[in-house]
Ligand binder design. Sequence first.
Ligand code: NDP
Ligand code: 8X3
Length: 254
Amino acid sequence: MPRIAFITGTTSGFGAACARLFAANGWHLILCGRRRERLDALRAELAATVPVHAFPLDVRDEAAVNSAIANLPAEFAEIDLLVNNAGLALGLEPAHRCDMEDWQRMVDTNIKGLMYCTRAILPGMVTRNRGHIVNIGSVAGTYPYPGGNVYGATKAFVKQFSLNLRADLLGTRVRVTNIEPGLSESEFSLVRFKGDDAKAARTYEGTQPLRPEDIADIVYWAATRPAHVNLNSVEVMPVCQAFAPFTISRENRE
Ligand code: NDP
Ligand code: 8X3
């Protein structure tokens, strides 16, 4: 029986790479993101291989998420895998200089959007007693760094929400995995720095970051373990990245 994956945020980066890998392995796909032209192009590319249902969706819009799920064509309705990938970071300023709208957009997308998609799709999985939710968290949800403030906090939400879903789903055959990547090259930094190409490029300069295909590989691997195996979390960094040491300020002593 063909399997159906719903992947959010497939117009670039991890989501597009996941769509390509799952298509290459015969999965039927439901794809979304806000940029219609890119979605159309991806659908045109993949529909030659597998059935694809693609539509523009802003995951921050709860009513639109619910309506999209409620009105799925019958052949796509029984979702086996939800990849909650859509997300973003905005800015790298210290908290006292951040733009409140940036903080709100990160909360609305990374937390609320992920909640809306999960809440809309999970009941069907529980009824069918089959399914898998793969959330894309981040190392920023575990390790603090300057400027990570609300972005990291949204990914800490993803971490704890994933664990709590596991607690709620105990006794069902529905699986939950949180994948937590580190430095990865995609449009992530371009979005974070609001279209500033040079600044985005400097993030990756002289490094060998993870590629979207590396993350897709892990999502696919997690989704294709035997049905009795649940990967709770996968933390992954490029070899060129490690943890910051504790820092000590020598300023402002009494
Ligand atoms: P990209 O910017 O390349 O891709 C982000 C995707 O999310 C795009 O397809 C974008 O589509 C979509 N998206 C953003 N906002 C919305 C929205 N409101 N509704 C629907 N779709 C939306 O970044 P990545 O591929 O790197 O990021 C994917 C996920 O991985 C994110 O959750 C990110 O936080 C996480 N991550 C990224 C890391 C990195 O270093 N790159 C490391 C760890 C985690 P569109 O703009 O068309 O809506
Ligand atoms: C993306 C990784 O380190 O830029 O989640 O926050 S990082």
